[in-house]
Design a protein around this ligand. Structure first.
Ligand code: G
Ligand code: G
Ligand code: NA
Ligand code: MN
Length: 251
């Protein structure tokens, strides 16, 4: 397809880029991590569209490895530029996660860029882990033994059940922005968020809410025990250089 050829060319010609969006601690305001978000400048298509094509055509392996390498490179560049070692959370497609060599490719990228393993985190959706939970547990334990934190993304939208959640070696859950956006309007969404936060506390997981667009939403989430905040109200996704400038201004 045209999109498939476009992705191949873009990989060859280094047309992709990563944007970064900070996650901050709700109590201390400290930046705890940044999420890497893939962009294809010069092409209007967002990642939710072209990642599906990459998954369907087998290009996700190469694209995912490019993302790992770029994230490691950026982490190292910020440190060289005088920033603290802020972990970068990378989104991982279920297709990429299920590949045999997933953990070893990540490890190779970390070593090639001479960064600490804890400089990288991974964000997975429930889909990635649900299909073969025993395999997922093995891989996640391997990653965590390296010091890599594991985050469950879009939490609340999938097949979340208490029994599988308690079996998974996770560090953090991310409350999906669809619930966060309905906080001001919808009692059911508030009830869901409060239940997710309670669950996170019980399972000893960090809880981050994404898609926070107003101070009132942030105050609500903090009051209810959510640990970390991400969203346009804190900072939009920005380039690596913009993030370095933002960070110096912020701290
Ligand atoms: O940044 P934005 O809201 O446009 O992202 C849309 C979707 O694309 C989100 O679900 C996000 O998790 C996903 N996404 C963004 N960057 C990456 C990436 O590097 N790899 C994968 N697999 N998904 C990504
Ligand atoms: O699926 P995932 O959670 O990775 O998607 C994250 C997406 O949410 C990114 O594409 C990012 O651009 C987007 N995003 C980040 N902050 C906000 C926000 O405050 N509001 C909205 N609507 N989207 C956001
Ligand atoms: Na994500
Ligand atoms: Mn999400």
């Amino acid at each position: 397809s045209i999109i498939e050829e476009g992705i191949k060319t873009a990989l060859k010609q280094d047309e992709f880029s990563l944007y970064y969006q900070p996650v901050v601690d709700m109590q201390t305001q400290h930046v705890v991590s940044v999420e890497a978000l893939l962009r294809w400048p010069g092409n209007g298509m967002g990642p939710d569209r072209f990642i599906h094509v990459a998954e369907a055509t087998g290009l996700i392996g190469r694209l995912g490895e490019w993302v790992f390498g770029q994230a490691c490179e950026q982490h190292s560049a910020w440190i060289r530029g005088g920033l603290p070692a802020i972990p970068i959370a990378v989104n991982v497609s279920p297709v990429q996660f299920r590949k045999k060599n997933f953990a070893s490719h990540l490890q190779e990228a970390i070593h090639a860029h001479c960064i600490a393993s804890k400089g990288v985190q991974i964000e997975l959706t429930e889909t990635a882990v649900m299909e073969d939970i025993d395999h997922a547990i093995t891989v996640l334990n391997e990653l965590r033994s390296m010091g890599i934190k594991i985050l469950l993304d879009d939490f609340g939208t999938g097949y979340s059940s208490l029994s599988y959640l308690s079996r998974l070696p996770l560090d953090k859950i991310k409350v999906d922005k669809s619930f966060v956006h309905r906080i001001q309007h919808d009692k059911a969404s508030r009830a869901i968020i409060e239940a997710i936060i309670a669950l996170g506390h019980t399972l000893n997981l960090e809880i981050v809410a994404e898609g926070i667009e107003s101070d009132s939403t942030l105050q609500y989430l903090r009051y209810h025990g959510c640990h970390q905040a991400q969203g346009y109200h804190v900072c939009r996704p920005i380039t690596g250089n913009q993030f370095a400038a933002w960070y110096r201004e912020y701290t």
